[in-house]
Design a protein around this ligand. Structure first.
Ligand code: URA
Ligand code: CA
Length: 435
């Protein structure tokens, strides 16, 4: 019989673990027969010695199999999921769900809530009065079959092994290990029923991975896992050194999503949605090439089909669909307070994480899981990196429910850099990683 101590020793010595050895750890830790100290030791050994693609695939599947798996086989077609590693003002999911559904790809989306300086899709959707994210599995499947799209919160007992291991990693300095992050993220996507996965790996100040090199390594690891376990998977590296789009905050981002679906959205957000959406439409088998897919996406924006589907989604899940014509139905903040430039020059840097924190301090995000958020508040950026600004000109508008906004104002002034020389911003789409 294999003992856990032998598995730890093997990994400590840099050897490759077998499927059975990885399952011994995952299953034993989940059911409580392997104690925290042995689990901590193996995690630290993985941190230092790494895991090859096959080991990561075994780890992923062991975590998938530790709990419930959503069966989407009653939905016709290829179920393509998209995952973003998290950013500031990342409104893409709200836009992509109706956008790719309008091209015929069924979207059965399970989303999460925001934490820290990053926002969550569920919170944004709930900014629309009446919108509810609790559907039974039968309702979820039925709605996707009827309308092509549904968004729900995580329910049931998905990947309990990941939850337990993640909590242990958090207190043993083993979170930032690429094999552990990659298997953690992929296990959740696979348990949620995805046939194919498009990953948006963010890179920069506002992201989990601060450098292009790390983002690329994480993307490659996740793409390798997905393809190893039979899920067509690809990744895009996208810039998160500045916030995406102009709006940061729940209702503000819903409004931005509506504008983007009307073809009037910010350039960077629109471009990222077209890039990710094209990949989803191709993986979903609805277009032969990325060019064809992009044409289809632009068409459903132009002819209003994508926006109408967003309306269908809102209506089906209890909200008022007229918000797509009248965004003034969204909650709005009591005060709109401009933050003005203290000097003239070019905006050279807008540190996304600090701007995210400024929005969180206004009440748009949670510092801890228990915090309540204010759906109306947030920040709308008037300038982005590369823009010229005059002294006294508005950089951003704070949407607040309190007149006391000193902390957020100071954060913005400190982290929006204005200099004499123009800089070239990092490219929005860094690289595309396929198997
Ligand atoms: N997000 C996850 O879901 N898992 C990790 O390990 C890190 C970030
Ligand atoms: Ca945004």
């Amino acid at each position: 019989m294999v003992r856990m101590v032998d598995v730890i020793e093997k990994k400590r010595n840099g050897e490759v673990l077998t499927k059975a050895e990885i399952e011994l750890f995952v299953n034993g830790y989940t059911d409580g027969t392997i104690p925290d100290y042995q689990a901590s030791a193996i995690l630290m050994a993985v941190y230092f010695k790494g895991m090859n693609a096959e080991e990561q695939a075994h780890l992923t599947m062991a975590m998938v199999e530790s709990g419930e798996q959503i069966d989407l086989s009653a939905i016709e077609g290829v179920k393509v999921d998209k995952h973003s590693t998290g950013g500031v003002g990342d409104t893409t999911t709200l836009i992509l769900v109706p956008l790719v559904a309008a091209c015929g790809v069924p979207v059965a989306k399970m989303s999460g809530r925001g934490l820290g300086h990053t926002g969550g899709t569920l919170d944004k959707l709930e900014a629309m009065k009446g919108f509810h994210i609790e559907l039974t599995k039968e309702q979820f499947v039925q709605q996707v079959n009827d309308l092509k799209l549904a968004v729900i919160g995580q329910s049931g007992n998905l990947t309990p092994a990941d939850q337990k291991i993640y909590a242990l990693r958090d207190v043993t300095a083993t979170v930032d290990s690429i094999p552990l992050i990659a298997s953690s993220i992929m296990s959740k996507k696979i348990a949620a029923g995805a046939d194919a996965i498009v990953l948006d790996v963010k890179s920069g100040d506002g992201a989990f991975m601060k450098t292009l090199e790390d983002s690329k390594a994480l993307a490659q690891a996740m793409v390798a896992i997905g393809n190893e376990v039979g899920r067509n998977t690809m990744a895009i590296i996208s810039d998160m050194s500045q916030p995406l789009g102009n709006a940061i905050g729940n209702a503000l981002e819903v409004q931005e999503a509506i504008e983007t679906l009307q073809g009037k959205g910010p350039e960077d957000l629109t471009e990222l949605c077209l890039t990710l959406g094209s990949q989803m439409v191709v993986l979903g088998g609805k277009a032969e090439s990325l060019e064809e897919a992009r044409k289809m996406l632009k068409e459903v924006i132009q002819n209003g089909k994508a926006l109408q589907l967003f309306g269908d989604l809102i209506e089906a899940q209890g909200g008022d669909r007229t918000v797509i014509e009248d965004p003034s139905l969204l909650p709005s903040a009591q005060y709109q307070i401009p933050v003005v430039a203290s000097q003239s020059g070019y905006v050279t840097k807008m540190e996304a994480d600090d701007i995210g924190i400024a929005a969180m301090l206004l009440g748009a995000g949670r510092a801890t899981k228990e915090d309540k958020i204010d759906l109306a508040v947030g920040i709308v950026l008037n300038k982005k990196v590369g823009d010229y600004v005059e002294k006294g000109e508005t950089l951003a508008i704070l949407h607040a429910n309190s007149e006391e906004v000193t902390q957020s104002t100071e954060l913005l002034l400190q982290h929006i850099h204005i200099e004499d020389e123009l800089v070239t911003p990092p490219p929005l789409i860094g690289e595309i990683i396929t198997k």
